[in-house]
Write a protein that binds this ligand. Structure first.
Ligand SMILES: Cc1cc2nc3c(=O)[nH]c(=O)nc-3n(C[C@H](O)[C@H](O)[C@H](O)COP(=O)(O)O)c2cc1C
Length: 363
């Protein structure tokens, strides 16, 4: 089942493996697509991944060096070239659209959703709609609205959002900005284009969302017509600096957490959205084809998200399919990639470097 084709909306995937979004810091200083970025994605498409989700891509024009941007038409030619390379190598491609709050590196101050004026909220919506229109124009097969981890939309839907107006108060208010964005994007891109979302099934911070809330939010998003729901976990920074606390450990689960540690989340949310025909992507330490097949067979997800194992080895699918485990560069979930991310360095896997050093020594 895992390696058999699946169709939904305008997406016809050759299999059910999804390369999950992983920030690379490989874009140019000003957010333009680079050759290194194209090669990173082309190579995973060549490795037979069914759907690639491009890393968090900025819908707003705020300084964030080497984060890919889609906030202006000037970024479109580079994005188009990247999409073309992925299509030519045989995969479909979605792009994760991110909006993030203002932050001061010096003082650690971070803008909260409670600080945003109604005009600023309208601006966030507008930026999402414009970005989605550009994404469709350059050939992305889908867009993924980033409602996970610690970014703007996740902060709105969180129980930690203490706004007292129509964008807070209760779960309908907290979800309003996301539901508005889905509706506004849909109006612009049409019914035959995949508009999708990623959510943290549980936030793993004190006072934050648990399944109790995300089941409702997922149902609301499904009711608005999303086309897949990608289920992540944690990623909040209320319990530490950027991607340091326990919540973050859950979003990039470390060695000590069991394999498939978040499958219970995709399973629970699938029950909510399946009646609307929305497929669900599971994620979190899924590192064998057998485990992936079991998840599908048990109806715990419709698509299997794999992130770090495919960073370690772009031929993850091929090697496992052909029983060539001995040739596989295996992810050990050491999170060196995350350390690099936190230092804004190119996100590469240390196991690949170790292998290259070994090969250089023995030659
Ligand atoms: C360095 C790094 C960067 C990541 N960047 C993103 C991102 O841009 N957007 C996102 O939704 N998740 C991001 N993630 C989370 C992954 O998509 C994925 O959910 C997580 O790594 C668990 O999957 P895995 O166990 O297969 O690696 C990132 C993870 C890592 C390690």
């Amino acid at each position: 089942m895992l390696l058999s084709p699946v169709n939904f909306k305008n997406l016809s995937l050759k299999n059910r493996v999804v390369w999950l979004p992983i920030v690379s810091w490989l874009a140019a200083e000003d957010g333009f697509v680079t050759d290194a970025l194209i090669e990173r994605y082309r190579r995973r498409a060549e490795g037979e991944v069914g759907l690639i989700v491009i890393e968090a891509t900025g819908v707003l024009d705020r300084r964030s060096p080497r984060l890919i941007k889609i906030c202006d038409d000037k970024y479109m030619p580079g994005l188009e070239k990247m999409v073309q390379a992925i299509h030519d190598a045989g995969a479909k491609v979605s792009v994760q659209l991110i909006h993030y709050a203002k932050k001061s590196k010096k003082t650690g101050w971070k803008q909260k959703v409670e600080d945003l004026s109604l005009e600023e909220i309208q601006q966030v919506k507008k930026e999402y709609v414009e970005a989605a229109v550009r994404a469709k124009k350059v050939g992305f097969d889908a867009i993924e609205i980033h409602v996970a981890h610690s970014y703007t939309l996740a902060s709105f839907v969180s129980l930690l959002n203490k706004r007292k107006d129509e964008y807070g108060r209760d779960i309908n208010g907290r979800s309003k900005i996301v539901l508005d964005i889905i509706e506004m994007v849909r109006e612009k891109v049409g019914d035959d284009y995949a508009v999708c979302a990623r959510i943290s099934g549980e936030e793993f911070v004190k006072g934050g969302n648990t399944l109790k809330q995300t089941q409702v939010i997922s149902r609301l998003m499904a009711g608005k017509g999303i086309d897949y729901l990608s289920v992540s976990a944690g990623g909040k920074d209320e319990d530490g600096d950027w991607y340091t606390g326990y919540s973050s450990t859950r979003s990039m689960p470390t060695k000590n957490l069991p394999d498939g540690c978040h499958v219970y989340l995709s399973e629970a949310l699938r029950k909510e959205v399946a009646p609307y025909g929305v497929p669900v992507i599971a994620s979190g330490k899924i590192n064998s084809l057998k485990q992936a097949e079991e998840i599908l067979a048990k109806g715990q997800a419709d698509l299997i998200g794999v992130c770090r194992p495919l960073l370690a080895d772009p031929d993850w699918i091929i090697q496992l399919k052909e029983n060539r485990e001995d040739e596989l560069v295996e992810c050990t979930y050491c999170n060196t990639c995350l350390d690099r991310d936190r230092r804004f360095e190119a996100v590469e896997c240390i196991e690949v470097e170790k292998k290259m050093r070994k090969e250089a020594k023995s030659s």
